[in-house]
Design a protein around this ligand. Structure first.
Ligand code: AMP
Ligand code: MG
Length: 279
């Protein structure tokens, strides 16, 4: 069976996000019901893999996983974090969300606040927005000069290569929604008093610049996809597909680590004898 990571991975060359149907479900045959049933098996597999990673980290291993989520407002970054993190043991998860940099963060290099939140050995890190804001939002809103953000693509590639060399498996997902679906989701926020707190008028400003954001994302994904830190485009108009696909991607990348239950340096039989000799 084709791997979801191969199906969704950004191919070399020019990327055309407008040519990718946000309602499509690449690699999955069937509908919502079937996807939700498939998730039960996924959840169990993911949970075992995570425990093995965590166990390895506890016994001195250095490996970790970092899931990076980017996408337009309402694309489901937060929902994906809740969903994926919900399948994992919170003890082994490090989730970070990145908003506009604080005055202190702005005094440092753009990667300063990112480096502080990368997963420790054994952990699964999840980023809701990331250093990619510094080549997308910063570019579209003109928050830095062109030559400043242009230099950041190389800085990001170096940073991610360094992170990967240190044992972090990086999985990057662009949650791809259509303007029509965003309209529906923003309207839903306005229609529901329990969701008013989520409504950010700035989301409408960003919506007005949809094409500029897509162009900025195309450049960022093209320039910063690599073997050690691949970008994937996840069609995200259907939440059930988005959850299924991101979970499948995590499982595939964790499986590539060929994790095994670590064998501690312990004489298990001696421990058993000692326990059994106790009253
Ligand atoms: P939310 O994800 O809804 O909590 O919104 C976070 C906001 O922070 C979004 O409008 C992002 O574009 C913005 N943001 C995140 N990182 C940066 C950054 N490095 N520079 C400017 N804006 C950012
Ligand atoms: Mg928001």
């Amino acid at each position: 069976m084709a791997r979801v990571s191969d199906t969704l991975r950004v191919p070399p060359g020019a990327l055309d996000l407008r040519g990718i149907d946000a309602r499509s479900t690449p690699g999955f045959k069937g509908g919502k019901g079937k996807a939700q049933a498939a998730m039960a098996a996924h959840a169990e597999r993911l949970s075992t893999l995570q425990e093995q990673l965590y166990a390895e980290g506890r016994l001195g291993g250095t490996r970790s996983v970092l899931l990076v989520l980017q996408g337009m407002d309402t694309s489901g970054k937060g929902g994906t974090v809740r969903h994926v993190v919900g399948l994992l043991d919170p003890a082994g998860v490090h989730a970070a969300a990145f908003g506009p940099p604080t005055p202190e963060e702005r005094r440092h290099d753009f990667l300063w606040r990112i480096r502080k939140r990368v997963p420790r050995p054994g952990q699964v890190g999840v980023f809701d927005r990331s250093h990619y804001e510094d080549v997308v939002t910063v570019r579209v809103l003109g928050l830095a000069e062109r030559r400043t953000w242009m230099r950041r693509y190389d800085a990001i590639n170096r940073f991610e290569a360094e992170l990967a060399a240190g044992g972090t498996r990086i999985v990057k997902c662009f949650l791809h929604i259509s303007p029509g679906e965003q309209r529906k989701r923003l309207l839903a926020r306005l229609d529901d008093p329990t969701k008013h707190w989520k409504f950010d008028p700035a989301d409408l400003d960003a919506r007005e610049r949809w094409d500029e954001y897509l162009d900025a994302y195309e450049d960022a994904l093209e320039r910063c996809t690599s073997e050690v830190a691949p970008w994937h485009v996840v069609p995200a108009d259907r939440k059930w597909y988005r959850n299924w696909a991101v979970t499948a991607l995590l499982i595939e990348h964790l499986e590539e680590l060929a994790l095994r239950w670590p064998e501690p340096d312990l004489d298990i039989e001696a421990q058993r004898r000692r326990l059994l000799a106790m009253p």
